[in-house]
Write a protein that binds this ligand. Sequence first.
Ligand code: TYD
Ligand code: ZN
Length: 414
Amino acid sequence: MPKKSRATGARRVSRCRVCGSKDLTLFLDLGETPLANSFLTNPDEREEWFPLQLFFCNRCALVQLSRVVDPDTLFRNYAYRSSSSGTVVAHLLELARFVHANLLGSSKDLVVEIGSNDGTFLKALKEMGVKILGVEPAKNMAHIANAQGVETLPTFFGSKEAQRIRDLKGGVKVMVANNVFAHIDDLHDFMRGVVTLLDDGGILSVEVPYLGDLNQNVEYDTVYHEHLSYFTVHPIVKLFDEFGMKLLKVVKLELHGGSIRLLAEKTTKQRPRPSFLAFEEKCGLTKLRTYESLAERVEYQKESLRRILEDARSGGEKIVGYGAPAKGNTLLNFCGIGTETLAYLIDTTPEKIGRFTPGTHIPVVETERFRKEQPPFALMLAWNYEKEIVMKEREYTGQFIVPIPSPRVLPKNA
Ligand code: TYD
Ligand code: ZN
């Protein structure tokens, strides 16, 4: 294993990000890892390692990390790209059609997306004749979007930025924030920004990975430093209430191992509460003991995956990794799986190819190599796209090892 360098750029959290309570309990310790999306250009590079620990708020039930890494460090060299997965692109097109058909009143309405990445979603809306604006702090992604004609401000979003946009463009009818909430440290300033920018009757559409699914399917690998918070509907409603946003609807989504979309309206009128809150209470998602039991299941799952990989290795068979997602890096670092087990990982993201995985320093190569070499085993690190990948690799003669929800080896293709 490469040498560790001790973290300097991380702040300790002592209060809950939503309710401010100090009554936080540690329930899952994943050890230390480097930043999951900071792929290395050189395998001998030294990197910073940060503790990866999950806490439960005994007051509002928010699950959150104990450390906040400086966002500039996190997003400086950001490799995640929406358009690298067909599933995500299809999902974003479907959302664009939904927004266009249901949430917009006139052709003058402006849609602003926060965390607009490479502009995939806004581009689809723009092609439908909708006025759009993106806000994206990862400068490389904002650049890609602008180059495709999707106007994108290369900045973080908050109350100040919201006022600036309002002065420039006027009020907004629809705001979209997909996979953004989990990244935000100051959720209150973000919400202040939302209500500054939205017109009365305006809609906020938020998608977050769902903690209910993380818990049920033991998706501990979705825990990494970019994700500061892990949400159920409970703490989000608490936050919305503070800012006069009324929750209208909760939609369950399959994306990213299970997500939810919340639609909220800026209005002073009363709106009936969705029944999702009662469902969460019934599932125990507001209780500490549920998460303590999750921590036990995480340990069990790790051992079970290590056994499967050892069996595959003991036969002298070559194993590679399919996909180099951020979550794969949590999994590899936590389970202690490195170059002794995996020859390489393949990935379709141009920004990752030719680089090395954080912590484990496994080379990332093009998918073509996997297709040519047909290694006997492939650990599907991008397990959230299992269907898409199995379909795409119908010709693969080896076997996929799927690590989540419980590690298993898929049968060979007939
Ligand atoms: P993803 O699960 O979207 O996100 P995260 O990084 O947040 O964990 O990442 C999936 C990765 O898998 C992404 O780098 C693209 C890659 N990938 C492939 O290489 N081939 C594929 O067929 C698919 C579906 C994904
Ligand atoms: Zn709280």
